[in-house]
Design a protein around this ligand. Structure first.
Ligand code: 2AM
Length: 480
């Protein structure tokens, strides 16, 4: 082993440990530190012969690194707003007196992007460098190659590039990491990635819900998902959903999925995405529906009580299986395109507002491997933005437009059927609602403007007069 390590990591929970093993496996020497020293000792003892240095103190850890030091923090991040402090801040504060000019701190957790901006400015003022990097792929991604979304100054990215590129997932030989943009851009894009992930997951769950109402067995559903995974819906989430449906419980012999409580958890990035969309006046109704579906699912007690009080039809889906599968496929594919169109619209809007210089096509490309939303379909998004970097909405790209136009009839028939049968399809229907609103030359907002002018003299523009001219009507008095 050489004298000094190339990389240091603080926080040896599973993600941290796996990242360390990944970096080490690419030929780098790695120093590690954990608040609870026994965790470090166990980790080092478990991996003999590896280029690892286990430090008992932070001083020892910092001294073991070559300069400029590259220190990744993988501790619990909880602060949701920039004024709050969490474990990442605590570790940063402990590091500051030990570091020297030009050293680099990398936050690889799911920090809120404004928190990242605050830390970036704080450390820059102290002559230190900071990278806020979104890391996606879960435990397996961290070990074998995640998708990495780093934000920070280009000069810092250049220093980190060899390590990031060697540890990231590879697709067609290309590493799933690019410099996303300055400051909080990396954590921002990771946050929207998570929102999109929520959308993908919920859409798959709605497909499952319809199949279940139609009486398909979990094995039949798994077969459908496995087949879809060979086609245009190919994705990691479709693949694992198929595998999950096949799984039997050794104790009861029943499908494990049917034994799992229908209460979804969430850690907050989906809700942050909604807040940010509202702040930027961008519609992300599919992601919104997905987040809200998780919230409603968690209210199990209330749902159980309401199930005997509020009426609905008893679902009877009598469509031939092949026809049903095709309709669900088309609804899922079209809804997924809408969800990505919305998420990318939000990234585009925010990128322009913040002057981040984001490249949507290249961002989609680094999501092709390592991360949870990895899918062949992302190649099409990269192509769409390569063909037209100014694309206003993904749905208008020639390829996606073709898919939507081809799928829309089946999509509406499926959503209508589900609604008539009382099967909740909030994300399928939100996507269709967005599609139909977006393609409407005329919406009923004329009446809305009339209402606003009626009660508040808010004025309106006219279809027969130039844009920017505002009118007010003397509406009659209302007698109630
Ligand atoms: P621990 O093993 O000492 O609990 C995930 O919780 C990881 O973050 C663990 O490695 C944990 O260390 C670390 N962690 C959580 N809060 C921390 C803090 N305030 N300071 C340092 N490490 C922390």
């Amino acid at each position: 082993m050489s004298n000094k390590s190339d990389f240091g990591l603080i926080g040896l929970a599973v993600m941290g440990q796996n990242l360390v093993l990944n970096v080490e496996s690419r030929g780098f020497q790695v120093s590690v530190f954990n608040r609870t020293v026994s965790v470090t000792e166990e980790f080092i003892a478990k991996h003999p012969g590896k280029k690892l240095v286990g430090a008992k103190t932070l001083e020892e850890f910092v001294q073991s690194l070559s300069r400029p030091r590259k220190i990744q923090i993988m501790v619990k991040s909880t602060a949701v707003r920039d004024h709050e402090r969490d474990a990442v801040d605590a570790v940063i504060e402990q590091l500051i007196p030990l570091l020297e000019e030009g050293d680099i701190i990398i936050d690889g957790g799911n920090s809120f992007y404004q928190t990242t901006e605050r830390r970036d400015a704080y450390l820059a003022a102290k002559g230190l460098r900071f990278i806020g990097a979104g890391v996606s792929g879960g435990e397996e991604g961290a070990r074998k190659g995640p998708s990495i979304m780093p934000g920070g100054p280009p000069s810092t990215w250049e220093v980190m590039k060899p390590i990031f590129e060697s540890i990231a997932a590879k697709v067609d030989g290309e590493p799933c990491v690019i410099h996303i943009g300055p400051g909080g851009a990396g954590h921002y894009v990771k946050m929207i990635h998570n929102g999109i992930e929520y959308g993908d997951m919920q859409l798959i769950c709605e497909a499952y819900s319809i199949f279940k109402a139609a009486g398909l067995s979990t094995d039949e559903m798994a077969a459908v998902f496995n087949e879809w995974n060979q086609g245009d819906l190919q994705s990691y989430l479709i693949q694992i959903s198929g595998k999950a449906l096949e799984q039997r419980d050794p104790e009861t012999g029943k499908p494990v999925v049917e034994l799992i409580m229908d209460k979804a958890g969430q850690k907050g990035t989906g809700q942050w995405t909604l807040l940010n969309a509202a702040e930027n006046a961008v519609v992300i109704s599919t992601i919104n529906a997905a987040v809200e579906a998780r919230i409603l699912s968690s209210q199990k007690k209330q749902r159980v009580a309401a199930s005997t009080q509020l009426q609905g039809p008893k679902a009877q889906l009598s469509l031939p299986k092949a026809e049903l599968v095709q309709k669900v496929h088309d609804a899922l594919y079209a809804s997924k395109i809408v969800s990505y169109a919305q998420g990318l619209d939000l990234i585009k809007t925010m990128g322009e507002k913040k002057n981040w210089g984001l490249d949507l096509g290249r961002i989609a490309a680094i999501w092709r491997g390592g991360c949870i939303i990895r899918a062949r379909f992302l190649n099409r998004i990269t192509e769409a933005y390569r063909n037209n970097p100014q694309l206003a909405n993904l749905m208008l790209d020639p390829f996606f437009k073709g898919v939507l136009n081809g799928a829309q009839q089946n999509w509406r028939e499926l959503v209508s059927t589900a609604m008539l049968q009382g099967i909740a399809v909030p994300a399928f229907s939100a996507s269709l609602g967005y599609y139909d609103s977006y393609r409407s030359e005329r919406l009923p907002a004329n009446l809305l403007q009339a209402q606003r002018d009626f009660f508040g003299a808010h004025t309106y523009e006219r279809t027969d007069k130039p844009e920017g001219e505002f009118f007010h009507t003397q509406w009659p008095e209302v007698i109630e």
